[in-house]
Design a protein around this ligand. Structure first.
Ligand code: NCD
Ligand code: ZN
Length: 345
């Protein structure tokens, strides 16, 4: 199979950033994806519907002429978020999920949640309005080993949450471990997960190949090979609970190539080709379409995209740097190649 024609995919977890970067990140996401669920961790974060609608307008203004790309917006939960705001969000029709960042786990998460009990009323509102809760499932506790943060979050926070809010739809974002996969698989159908291309492609050795590799550093961190294999099994399993979310998260080159590198990997322009590499390597290319283009839309209650996209098995060269407006970003595979190319439509 040298060509693959699939329903145009969506990206169910992306960081587009703001300002002059938008022209670049939006174009590079819109090249392949029809829709993208846009994360709200700007600085300051997108906490109200009004802020999300204004951010949406800035994204719309950055869409290249002729593109039908649609940004789907999210809100950022704080301990001050109100149940009324959740109702407003749902009524806007533009907001498709609400993001829970435990305070301190990742980029711009300091305004996030320290104590889940303080947002129970908000979670009840999400449940009542059928607005999905999107969770960065890691504990921020510095006593917990960095490689155990997801598993401990699941045990301490997520299991009780799923039980307590029996109608709440939940996406465990960017799952990285066997434990997370097992948890989602065994949970009710209202619980799903996104999987990134980089967690499918790399294990934690990639962080330390010949030296520290800051461009492979992300949150949650890359895990052992046995976890990567569990992610691949889930992605190709045909279960609608597992779908594509790139977590493409650009940082300026200077914030990555320094003494204290930021977490985040930029994959937007090459993401679909990377997923195709993974599926091809395990002989499951026939499963790529459902994972990339069907299951996410189904979970979010949206129609599948009506147009198609053609992937061809020809190597694409990846630039060593890409423009980010005022900065440059070093994408994953910088200076290398990706085995599959998205053909221009
Ligand atoms: C993301 C970012 O940079 O905004 N970073 C990352 O490593 N994934 C935040 C996030 O999704 O954790
Ligand atoms: Zn993210």
């Amino acid at each position: 199979m040298d060509q693959l024609l699939i329903t145009r995919p969506d990206d169910w977890h992306v960081h587009l950033r703001d300002g002059v970067a938008l022209r670049h990140t939006v174009r590079e996401t819109a090249q392949c994806f029809a829709r993208a669920l846009v994360m709200p961790n700007l600085d300051p974060p997108v906490v109200t519907t009004e802020q999300a609608l204004a951010y949406r307008q800035r994204i719309l203004a950055a869409i290249p002429a002729g593109s039908a790309f649609q940004p789907l917006m999210t809100l950022y939960l704080t301990e001050e978020s109100s149940p009324e705001e959740m109702q407003t969000a749902k009524a806007s029709g533009a907001i498709h999920g609400v993001k829970l960042y435990p305070a301190g786990v990742t980029t711009h998460s300091s305004a996030g949640i320290c104590n889940l009990e303080r947002i129970y009323r908000v979670l009840e509102a999400l449940e009542a309005h059928d607005l999905p809760l999107l969770i960065h499932a890691e504990v921020a506790d510095p006593q917990v080993d960095v490689f155990d943060r997801e598993q401990i979050f699941i045990e301490r926070q997520l299991l009780p949450l799923v039980e307590r809010f029996a109608g709440l739809r939940i996406v465990v974002e960017h799952v990285t471990t066997t434990e997370a996969i097992d948890f989602v698989r065994d949970a009710p159908m209202r619980v799903a997960a996104t999987i990134t291309a980089h967690h499918l492609l790399m294990n934690r050795n990639a962080l330390l190949q010949g030296g520290i590799q800051p461009h492979h550093f992300c949150a949650p961190i890359l895990q052992r090979e046995r976890h990567r294999r569990a992610l691949i099994r889930a992605a190709i399993s045909g279960s609608p609970k597992f779908f594509l979310g790139t977590d493409s998260a650009p940082h300026p080159k200077a914030s990555k190539e320094c003494a204290c590198a930021s977490a985040g990997i930029y994959t937007a322009p090459i993401a679909l080709g990377l997923y195709a590499e993974v599926f091809e390597a395990v002989g499951a290319l026939d499963r790529l379409e459902a994972f990339s283009s069907h299951y996410g839309a189904y979970f979010y209650g949206l129609p599948r995209n009506s147009d198609t996209l053609c992937l061809q098995r020809t190597p694409t060269a990846v630039p060593s740097e890409l423009d980010l407006g005022d900065d440059v970003v070093v994408p994953l595979r910088a200076g290398g190649t990706v085995a599959w190319t998205v053909m221009a439509s």
